[in-house]
Design a protein around this ligand. Structure first.
Ligand code: AMP
Ligand code: MG
Length: 391
């Protein structure tokens, strides 16, 4: 049994960025860029009209102007603007030679079929100048950025259709236990429904990964060996729930050893989730998750998610913060680090949720935070700082 912090430190040494791949812009959302992106064009790429109106010389604004052509967006001007001349121009069209001003349509009166006059004394030029937003060759998005919709727009604008991103790990989910039936089945007298698989599935989905569910495996060594051998080969990460503690039917550690899996840790001084196991073989990873749904939930949040974030280059993503306690916290024994459900208050403090231990699966239903009480701490005064993670 090792301290939780030591287990995290071990995990960090394995949580190195995965290989990269190129994905198209339909699939780039929330991925982490693995290259700097430079613009191949200036933005705007030419002096561009910001308004529908008339392009002319600023010095002619007081005079009647003859309209010499019409310039729709996407069509180049054919004439240059001389004294007392203007061109009808649309938003997004190229401003013609000679013009240094666009009068908005709304600020122009029509004199006859070919003449207009500006009704405004002053206004801004309504011209977006070549390269004023981005110069050709300029760095527009840095490697390591998480791609959000606004980044997708930039990638599209600079012609980067296939950005290089870190690969998303493939993840298998397995539940073990002779007592388990799937949710659609009404359990018999000695059975319970499998909730863990679906909870794990949803937690992984929250990270933008679609895992593969491999089903319930019975507590027998041959079945376990078969499913683990293939999932270790086929997936980057296997999450197997149950069968990792010290019961007579907890075969997972033994089978993993038999399969040649290196087990950097099994068991840590933390509650809930004491029996967590982490294994590695040829850069494929396995987490032996607690069968108990509360323990599994908490450990997936505090341990597995940061590990997966590291694989994906998303290190900065797991947030924890310190908040003051709303009321005094006291416990009888301080020999373990514990995680308990809690909520924020409107005043910015934190208040624990009623919690009867790791079998109390409803305790997290109304909790928005996981609160951490360090080993050795028996009492925290009202107003004392506690570490919390949003869930
Ligand atoms: P185990 O770690 O296999 O000893 O299981 C610990 C506890 O969690 C037992 O009460 C199991 O019945 C329960 N449990 C194990 N797997 C699941 C699961 N997939 N869904 C819900 N409860 C489970
Ligand atoms: Mg079991």
């Amino acid at each position: 049994m090792i301290p939780f912090e030591e287990a995290l430190a071990i995990l960090q040494t394995y949580s190195v960025k995965q290989k990269t791949e190129s994905v198209d812009l339909y699939h780039a959302l929330d991925r982490i860029l693995a290259e700097d992106i430079h613009s191949d064009v200036a933005m705007p790429p030419f002096n561009k009209s910001a308004m529908d109106g008339f392009a002319c010389r600023k010095s002619d604004l007081k005079n009647p102007l003859v309209v010499i052509e019409e310039i729709p967006a996407g069509t180049p001007p054919t004439k240059s603007i001389g004294e007392n001349q203007c061109a009808r121009i649309m938003t997004g069209a190229m401003v013609p030679e000679g013009a240094d001003f666009v009068v908005m349509k709304e600020h122009v009166e029509t004199l006859d079929a070919n003449h207009v006059r500006c009704t405004l004394k002053t206004s801004q030029t309504n011209i977006c100048l070549l390269g004023e937003d981005v110069k050709a060759g300029e760095l527009v998005i840095k490697s390591g950025t998480k791609i959000l919709p606004s980044h997708i727009a930039i990638l599209a604008s600079v012609g980067c259709w296939l950005p290089l991103v870190y690969r998303t790990p493939s993840i298998a989910i397995i539940s073990t236990g002779n007592e388990l039936v799937e949710p659609v089945v009404k359990p018999g007298s000695t059975k319970i429904r499998n909730s863990n698989s679906y909870q794990m599935y949803a937690q992984i989905q929250q990270m933008g990964i679609l895992p593969t569910y491999l089903g319930i495996v019975r507590d027998d060594q041959d079945s376990l060996e078969k499913v683990l051998a293939s999932s270790l080969q086929d997936f980057d990460v296997t999450l197997i729930s149950g069968g990792v503690s010290v019961g007579d039917y907890d075969f997972v550690p033994k089978i993993l050893s038999k399969l040649g899996v290196n087990i950097p840790f099994h068991g840590m001084n933390v509650k809930p989730g004491k029996h967590m196991l982490f294994g590695e073989k040829d850069n494929h990873f396995v987490f032996g998750m607690p069968g108990n749904p509360v323990s599994s939930f908490v450990q997936l949040e505090v341990m597995v998610k940061p590990f997966l974030a590291g694989l994906m280059g998303r290190d900065e993503e797991i947030i924890s913060l310190y908040l003051p306690l709303e009321e005094e916290f006291v416990r009888a024994k301080g020999d373990q680090l514990i995680f308990i459900p809690a909520n924020p208050t409107n005043q910015g403090s934190v208040i624990p949720v009623e919690y009867h231990g790791s079998a109390h699966i409803h305790s997290y239903v109304n909790a928005q935070l996981i609160m951490e009480i360090p080993k050795g701490v028996l009492k925290i005064n009202k107003g004392g700082q506690v570490r919390v993670r949003p869930i």
